[in-house]
Write a protein that binds this ligand. Structure first.
Ligand SMILES: *Cc1c(COP(=O)(O)O)cnc(C)c1O
Length: 374
């Protein structure tokens, strides 16, 4: 059996090597390293794939969050609601822009914002809700959009982890994660479901005037060369990365399918361990693209299980060990509003198993066996 990796990027590359090498060498030979043809071609292909009318490529997912927040014309002290159980990027960019953070508790079954607890967090200062579609599944967007409309709030979807996840509204209408709010962001960090060979990101919007503004902000706030109307930054997707992504986008659906197959094998095998753990819960309204396969370990056994598996050469990760309200970096910007007990509990109980496109049946069987023997 091959050694088990938390994520395997090189085997995937070897399967598409000829096509990839040609695309990358083509860029190197062309000399169009900045804003080359592949950047436009990839933006168009991504627009087609996601159904988002406008796609603004940028340097990474964190920049995308910052650019989106800059486009909303917020004032220092305005409030942004972010999930307490999350990666730091959304809160960090908001704090950098002098915005205040209101951590929202998450639904312990889905790891996503609990829309039932959302309304009580809203104050006259609240301007933005940032639902984060964590681990591969879309948040409860129908409820979130309803609340946002009722209070006139922007919705910024952090879709770094769930590209390709499809959400079904109660009326049957289907939309991809990242295309339902005012702006959605993507990250192409190598371990995301659509990953490049370095850093990359994009913004999605259906709003033409926001799209124009996002483009300006990502390009030094300029309306034309050397005319700077607003403050911006320099955030570009390299042509090389766009060429990589153009190839990989063709395989995204197959990659998602491979992840789903592995997840189903884990689900089936781990159904024997329900006293020890809970497997990922899928809401009926969203498909799951399994950027992570994250268990909840009961009875305070998470760290023991992780150590045990480490001894069996099975890597695992804790995403995320510390809730937002306990991160010193953003402490001064916090406006705690409500109960965050579920987020606190999750930080102590979650454990993510190896999940990527190259897991073999044998590897998954071995991982399941070791968890059962624990
Ligand atoms: C990866 C990630 C980001 C940041 O993306 P980068 O491209 O690494 O800047 C933001 N939010 C979430 C939820 C992520 O998983």
């Amino acid at each position: 059996m091959e050694p088990i990796l938390m994520m395997d990027l090189t085997t995937q590359y070897r399967r598409i090597q000829a096509e990839m090498d040609e695309a990358v060498l083509g860029v190197i030979r062309s000399g169009q390293y900045i804003n080359g043809d592949a950047v436009r071609a990839f933006s168009d292909a991504l627009s087609e794939y996601t159904g988002s009318e406008f796609v603004i490529p940028c340097a990474n997912g964190t920049d995308a969050l910052q650019i989106a927040l800059m486009a909303f014309d917020l004032q220092p002290g305005d409030e942004v609601i972010v999930p307490a159980f999350n990666y730091i990027a959304a809160a960090e960019t908001a704090a950098l822009l002098q915005l205040n953070l209101v951590p929202a508790d998450v639904d312990p079954r889905t790891f996503n914002i609990d829309a039932q607890k959302l309304e009580s967090l809203i104050s006259p200062k609240t301007k933005v809700i940032i639902p984060v579609h964590l681990f591969g599944q879309t948040a409860d967007m129908d409820s979130i959009l309803f609340i946002a409309r009722k209070y006139g709030l922007y919705v910024l979807e952090d879709n770094a982890q769930s590209i390709g996840s499809v959400y079904t509204f109660p009326d049957g209408k289907q939309q991809q994660a990242g295309t339902m709010g005012d702006i959605g962001i993507l990250s192409f960090f190598p371990t995301k479901n659509l990953g490049c060979y370095g850093d990359g990101g994009a913004l999605l919007t259906g709003n033409a005037s926001l799209a124009r503004k996002l483009r300006m902000i990502a390009l030094h706030g300029q309306s034309q060369k050397y005319f700077h109307d607003i403050l911006g930054c320099n955030s570009r997707l390299d042509t090389l990365q766009a060429a990589v992504l153009l190839v990989k986008l063709r395989y995204l659906d197959a990659a998602i399918q491979a992840r789903k197959t592995s997840a189903m094998q884990y689900d089936a095998g781990l159904s024997a361990c329900m006293g020890l753990l809970e497997t990922p819960y899928c809401i009926p309204r969203s498909t799951h693209v399994y950027n992570q396969y994250t268990l909840k370990i009961k009875n305070g056994q998470r760290d023991n299980l992780q150590q045990y598996l480490k001894g069996k050469s099975i890597p695992t990760m804790v995403y995320y060990p510390i809730p937002l309200q306990d991160q010193p970096a953003v402490g001064k910007r916090l406006r705690p509003g409500g109960d965050l007990s579920e987020s606190n509990n999750l930080c102590r109980s979650v454990l993510s198993l190896p999940m990527h496109t190259e897991l073999s049946d044998e590897q998954i069987r071995y991982i399941v066996e070791q968890i059962i023997s624990f």
